[in-house]
Design a protein around this ligand. Structure first.
Ligand code: GAL
Length: 462
């Protein structure tokens, strides 16, 4: 096989997962409830085919087998998240020894197999006790998070060197406080902005705790879902719409996390609409002094926008959509199952933007993947022939390769995801894995894309 796209030596080939989506054992091992356990109890009908997070892929019991499969595919790194409510069931206070044992065992098993653990501290799963105290709306929860982070650095920092405070911190803001797809299903722009702000403060406090922990060779980062905003046209109103969408959805976390301050234009908008969050003295300094070392970029789809066709209803809740409309570009390539546009060059545009406007910060693709419904129909002799997924990866990797050629400091590519898993409200609707999981038997089988990935990892390119 001749290699057209060779990646730099030591490139991180891997995958990402999150605790709630794979562990299962939701009420085992001393774990406390999180918002997903609770919401599913309350409203199971809101989850695809009524499937909740109780079992998922049962990684809690099968991690050894799964890590062997990762090794077989040749992955050299793996990002998973610690479940806050498994480690500290009440969110603050006593540490659950069974939780510690589990994460110790996973970390040791990874290292034994030459797979580097990358650990996320928060991937959408607020402990219920903390949510009942107001979740990210309550400043005290911010302190609890900083404590939890510190505990993790102390417990696992001897072996884990790559840490991420949050995965896609804007998603719980969108889901929980604007668009009704995460608990607590609040729809309120003012509260959403407070939640986003407190999340950022919690992030900065965790970075501060990390610096104090002095983890040898350790790096701390954040994982953001960057969705480049493309305007419909060169018309100034379309350009402005795209700029504002970028402020709300990308720069709201990217700028403070990497540059240490919020974009002035965003502050101006919130001020003009009387929606600035409550802050405390010292916050700006905290954020300024605690920027990240490393940025994870999740990329699935671009955001295309246009100037608004109609004035917003200003009696309704304040929404980012007061400033732009979504634009469906004629001829766009779609993943019809997930309803997301596929635009491979978006990944290149993100990386060039990081190179030119964010000090060329060290980064990696921390999630990229394709969800497909009813994937069993592509099964032949027990193996899913997911050529579409291979095409998806190739298309993105070509652009990533180009970005690296042009000087972007991209260190790796992690797919979403290693094995089929439970996707929040969508449960098992769309499958993403390199490995399929039979929901009845929990049997794992490497898909065609997993076989392809074996070659990629072996050749460090394709
Ligand atoms: C991401 C998220 C993951 C996963 C993925 C696929 O936004 O970080 O948890 O669900 O989407 O839907």
């Amino acid at each position: 096989m001749s290699i057209h796209y060779a990646f730099p030596e030591g490139f991180w080939w891997g995958s990402a997962v999150s605790a709630t989506q794979i562990e299962g054992a939701a009420s085992e091992g001393g774990k406390g409830k999180n918002i997903w356990d609770y919401w599913y109890e309350q409203e199971p009908y809101r989850f695809f085919e009524n499937i909740g997070p109780e079992v998922t892929s049962d990684f809690y019991h099968r991690y050894k087998e799964d890590i062997q499969l990762m090794k077989e595919i040749g992955l050299n790194s793996f990002r998973f998240s610690i479940s806050w409510s498994r480690l500290i069931p009440e969110g603050r206070g006593d540490v659950n020894p069974e939780g510690v044992r589990f994460y110790d065992a996973v970390i040791d098993e990874l290292l034994k197999n030459d797979i580097e653990p990358f650990v996320t501290l928060f991937h959408f799963d607020m402990p219920l006790v903390k949510q009942n105290e107001g979740g990210w709306e309550n400043r005290a929860v911010v302190e609890a998070f900083a404590d939890y982070a510190k505990t993790c650095f102390q417990l696992f920092g001897d072996r884990v060197k790559k840490w991420f405070t949050f995965n896609e911190p804007i998603v719980p803001v969108e889901g929980g406080y604007l668009y009704d797809f995460h608990y607590p299903n609040v729809v309120d722009g003012r509260r959403a902005i407070q939640v986003a702000y407190h999340t950022m403060v919690a992030h900065a406090k965790a970075v501060e705790a990390f610096r104090k922990a002095e983890i040898k060779d350790g790096k701390i980062g954040i994982v953001l879902n960057l969705t480049p905003s493309y305007p419909r046209s060169g018309h100034p109103a379309d350009q402005k719409a795209a700029k504002i969408a970028d402020l709300f959805f990308n720069r709201s976390f990217l700028d403070p996390a990497v540059l240490g301050e919020y974009p002035a234009e965003l502050i101006e908008i919130l001020k003009a609409y009387d929606h600035l969050p409550q802050t405390e003295e010292g916050d700006a300094e905290l954020i300024r002094n605690h920027t990240v070392d490393l940025l994870g970029v999740n990329y699935y789809q671009p955001r295309r926008v246009k100037a608004k066709d109609h004035l917003p209803n200003t009696e309704g809740p304040f929404m980012p959509e007061w400033f732009f409309d979504a634009y469906e570009m004629p001829g766009r390539k779609m993943n019809p199952y997930r309803g997301w546009e596929i635009y491979e060059k978006g990944l290149y545009d993100i990386m060039i933007n990081l190179r030119d406007h964010y000090g060329n910060i060290e980064s990696f693709v921390s999630e990229n993947g394709m969800g497909v419904q009813n994937e069993e129909r592509f099964m032949q002799n027990g193996i899913i022939q997911d050529d579409y997924r291979i095409e998806f990866f190739k298309g993105h990797l070509k652009w990533l390769h180009q970005a690296i050629q042009e000087g972007c400091r991209v260190k790796g590519y992690h797919v979403w995801t290693f094995m089929d898993n439970w996707s929040w409200m969508n449960a098992y609707k769309n499958r993403y894995g390199l490995v399929s999981v039979d929901l009845k038997t929990q049997k794992r089988t490497i898909k065609k894309s997993g076989e392809w990935m074996k070659l990629v990892t072996r050749n460090n390119g394709f």
